[in-house]
Design a protein around this ligand. Sequence first.
Ligand code: HEM
Length: 442
Amino acid sequence: MTTTPGAQSRAVPPGPSGLPLVGSTLAFGSDPLEFAARVAREHGSMASYEISGTRVYQLNDPDLIEHVLVHHNENYVKGEVFQNVLQPSLGNGLITSEGDLWREQRQLLQQAFSPELIAGYADVMVDATERLLADWESGTVRDVHADMMHLTVEIAAKALFDVDVREMEADISDALETLMDHTTMNLQRPVKVPLWVPTPANRRYQRALDALDDIAERVVAQHDRDGEGTDVVSLLLADRDPDDPLVRDQIVTFLLAGHETTALALTYTLHALGRTSDAERTLHEELDAVLGDGLSLAEDLPSLPVLDRTVTEGLRLYPPAWELIREADEDDQIGSYHVPAGTTIMMHPWVLQRDPRYYDDPDAFRPERWAGEESDRPTFAYFPFGGGPRRCIGDRFARLEAELVLATICRDWRLDPLDDLSFSPSITLRPDGPVRMRVERR
Ligand code: HEM
């Protein structure tokens, strides 16, 4: 139990004092991962600070996170951060919408994510990976993050929209890249420049928005509307006119949400495998033993527990959605603190999933930690896909994709990272440049 009705304290949780006027904006902006981890270490289960004039409460305790995401989820909306930063590009898509519209759309689109339909996407995932690998030359250095971004956008469009986006791919990547850069800048800047001011960055952003409108139109035009499809676009078009703005918003939302996170999970897991010879050897042994006779990968997944643990561990150490944000709609009480309406709440898979209270040797990549008995670790010590009603709609899709792509690559290739990882965290845990790896045929 985390709430104690009637015993409300008006005290503010402890936290870094920050600088006059800007609070902790600069400390957060210069290294958000280290900032969030330090706040948790130094100030315990609930801390507070100010970013860009907004009062933030950071929750560092699994039970408090469960309070917000599950038990009192109706009081914790996406709020102003989402409105300011993501709504201009994602409109009323599933990530940014609230209330009845969100509920109706979630129910509608959930149909595209039933276990049976997801299993049907396996061939798309494996075929696209094999096409990518056909371009790899043994002994060369590749930007594996770029490869994974191309691969996952192709898979998302084919599986979710039933269209082939290969010829639009450069446009999609450029537009999404600009959108993410703009989002990062907006999140970190103490003072925002309104969109109508024609700065070069704003003009680039506007062009990216126009390009995304155009891409959504092309996706709808390419989509075969005669069929009774079960993909996301079929479901949308059965419900709305093709030129309804919500159709555009959902297509852009699923393009963005459906590929970058999975690309990051794959890139970082491949990097970790390349740097951890025990984990790499154990995975290769399993793949050689089970896939040696060329059976169907999708059917073999239940016989690949090491692969499953490898993906779980990759998502633990490098959660692509490293930070979750909510806003209190009405006053509440979390733990022993009063939470005024309007407070921004931050919760970090990055922090909880590296917490030594729940993980031995937390910074090490050790897939075998997931072997054996279920641990008594609290649910929200591991939440790469969030939780409660707004949990990721694509979680099973993403895990299937990550496992199939990883297995297809690691069956025949080994990757050797040239550099250490370094991040440029935005809404997602992006790398701050190319992630170069030497690829060798096994
Ligand atoms: C490893 C890959 C992925 C990770 C780590 C991830 C993570 C997350 C997280 C943490 C949330 C909840 C955000 C919040 O509560 O604020 C979320 C929501 C969402 N994800 Fe994912 N995701 C992944 C892949 C996907 C894929 C493949 C799709 C689409 C097929 C997808 C579509 C969405 C959508 C539409 C939402 C909003 C759901 C709602 O609010 O109803 N994600 N994701």
